[in-house]
Ligand binder design. Sequence first.
Ligand SMILES: [Zn+2]
Length: 169
Amino acid sequence: MARTLRIAFIVLCLSVLLDLGFYLPAHHSISVLALAVLVAAFALGGIAVAILAERLTTESLGRLRARAARELPPRLLELAAAHGLCVTRISVRNQRWRWGSCSRSGHICLNWRLVRMPPDVRDYVMIHELMHLKRMDHSPRFWKLVAAACPEYQAARQWLREHGRVRQS
Ligand SMILES: [Zn+2]
């Protein structure tokens, strides 16, 4: 994103420079060279700002992932206890294609991005994975378990369809 912005900014500066060079009359007091220096300075400033923005984004992502590691497991354990379920292990990962997963051994993996979701949606994803401790499939029986534990699950699934880019499994 920042790289695209940088390229767009440089292209914009170059086009402004070319336009000025084309339209300015030869006797104009500001030389094209001075303008080139000015535009180059703007371009360098733009690059510096873009690099800084990229660095800040990386930092805030790190903070967000740390918050996810801190906040998601206790909430999962809370929900597991509320439904009388036992989780053997919890991981918070940077999954590309899943919001969460559950293994037969009771190991639940959660996507750190859940920390940014509305609490109802985050809870639905956790309950979905917890119900896999009872059933490892997506059969009608499984969905009955989900509905009993999370009556508003359809709204959460709708939210994920509209806002989420990775899928639930
Ligand atoms: Zn599933």
